[in-house]
Design a protein around this ligand. Structure first.
Ligand SMILES: *[C@@H]1O[C@H](CO)[C@@H](O)[C@H](O)[C@H]1NC(C)=O
Ligand SMILES: *[C@@H]1O[C@H](CO)[C@@H](O)[C@H](O)[C@H]1NC(C)=O
Ligand SMILES: *[C@@H]1O[C@H](CO)[C@@H](O)[C@H](O)[C@H]1NC(C)=O
Ligand SMILES: *[C@@H]1O[C@H](CO)[C@@H](O)[C@H](O)[C@H]1NC(C)=O
Ligand SMILES: *[C@@H]1O[C@H](CO)[C@@H](O)[C@H](O)[C@H]1NC(C)=O
Ligand SMILES: *[C@@H]1O[C@H](CO)[C@@H](O)[C@H](O)[C@H]1NC(C)=O
Ligand SMILES: *[C@@H]1O[C@H](CO)[C@@H](O)[C@H](O)[C@H]1NC(C)=O
Ligand SMILES: *[C@@H]1O[C@H](CO)[C@@H](O)[C@H](O)[C@H]1NC(C)=O
Ligand SMILES: *[C@@H]1O[C@H](CO)[C@@H](O)[C@H](O)[C@H]1NC(C)=O
Ligand SMILES: *[C@@H]1O[C@H](CO)[C@@H](O)[C@H](O)[C@H]1NC(C)=O
Length: 247
């Protein structure tokens, strides 16, 4: 948790304030107007471990995430284009993959719902960074008039540094095509340079950092207030002391 550590020492002093600020923040968040419910809401998907093993038996890609597919398709029964959201159930999802020096792929297959996904990560050895560069999804759900098959090889998501894992606590949407997107939940992935069977230190996504910014700003404001009140009190006390001595 590289990014968190940076602010941790600062946190210690203002922890009670921060808790208060967080509660405040959550309080505000619940006040926000409710958004209209989409066609189907399957709830949060369960997180699954998807490790890819090299030919020599070492783990070369690690992923631990919840996945949700959001597909628009022409429905047979409704005779119109509908938008459907489906969670990937880890215990029904088979995984495989391949690792090479600068490319790594993860294939997920859910036979029960006739759905296949492929994620391809590319490494740039000059900059020592990786990103999700390619996604392929094919789905042949019973309701679909025709199977949906999308492929996008010009993506740039989940950017991380080689040797570190990419982590996003918040829900993140990966737009693959106009009629297909993937929502990720508490995603942690490391496509390159896995040491042993553990994730490397996590690089947190921008979304999470933005989330932390509000409590930090509110906490800092409250800390400032406390300092001002304290100063006012101390000055006031000094003044009244001076007053007594002059008599
Ligand atoms: C397994 O192969 C990878 C490259 O394909 C190499 O980096 C790693 O050291 C090998 N591990 C063992 C235990 O041989
Ligand atoms: C699914 O995608 C549609 C259109 O892209 C969007 O309006 C909707 O909010 C998405 N639903 C979810 C649950 O992500
Ligand atoms: C989804 O979009 C792709 C192009 O973005 C198109 O080729 C495909 O036919 C669409 N599929 C459906 C079911 O709408
Ligand atoms: C959906 O399928 C119906 C026939 O079942 C067809 O008339 C209609 O044009 C299709 N809609 C789209 C957007 O492809
Ligand atoms: C998969 O998990 C779900 C809930 O997590 C459970 O209801 C279901 O029975 C499980 N299915 C199998 C085949 O283990
Ligand atoms: C992964 O899926 C792609 C298609 O998306 C396929 O070409 C490839 O052979 C699959 N790889 C494995 C290891 O299953
Ligand atoms: C790799 O990164 C370097 C330095 O950031 C950049 O100049 C180069 O275009 C990148 N290569 C690719 C294939 O993206
Ligand atoms: C998913 O992949 C398997 C094995 O490669 C294949 O048999 C199946 O037809 C694919 N399903 C879809 C919906 O593309
Ligand atoms: C692939 O994804 C990029 C980024 O989301 C998008 O700009 C582009 O239109 C997509 N390509 C296709 C064929 O959908
Ligand atoms: C993947 O690796 C993690 C960490 O070592 C482990 O906890 C998990 O059980 C593994 N999952 C699978 C399916 O191999």
């Amino acid at each position: 948790m590289v990014q968190i550590c940076r602010v941790q020492s600062w946190f210690v002093g203002v922890t009670p304030l921060l808790i208060f600020a967080t509660v405040l923040h959550q309080g505000f968040a619940t006040v926000a107007p409710p958004t209209p419910a989409p066609h189907k809401e399957p709830g949060r998907p369960e997180r699954g471990y998807y490790n890819v093993t090299n030919h020599n038996g070492t783990i070369c890609l690690m992923a631990y995430m919840g996945l949700q597919l959001n597909i628009s398709y022409n429905s047979t029964s409704q005779k119109k284009v509908v938008q459907d959201v489906m969670n990937l159930q880890p215990n029904l999802t088979k995984h495989s993959g391949l690792c090479d020096s600068d490319i790594a792929s993860l294939n997920l297959t859910v036979d029960a719902v006739k759905t296949n996904l492929t994620f391809v990560f590319t490494m740039n050895s000059t900059s020592n960074k990786y990103h999700l560069s390619e996604v392929t999804v094919s789905a042949a759900w019973p309701e679909m008039k025709e199977p949906v098959s999308v492929h996008n090889s010009s993506l740039d998501y989940l950017r991380g540094t080689v040797g570190y894992s990419y982590f996003c606590r918040d829900e993140q949407t990966l737009n693959v095509a106009q009629n297909l997107s993937i929502n990720t939940f508490q995603l942690q992935v490391q496509p390159f340079a896995v040491k042993g069977d553990q994730f490397g230190a996590a690089e947190e996504c921008q979304l999470d950092e933005d989330d932390m910014l509000i409590p930090i700003v509110v906490g800092a404001a409250l800390a400032g207030l406390v300092v001002i009140v304290l100063l006012a009190y101390l000055i006031g006390r000094k003044r009244s002391h001076a007053g007594y001595q002059s008599i």
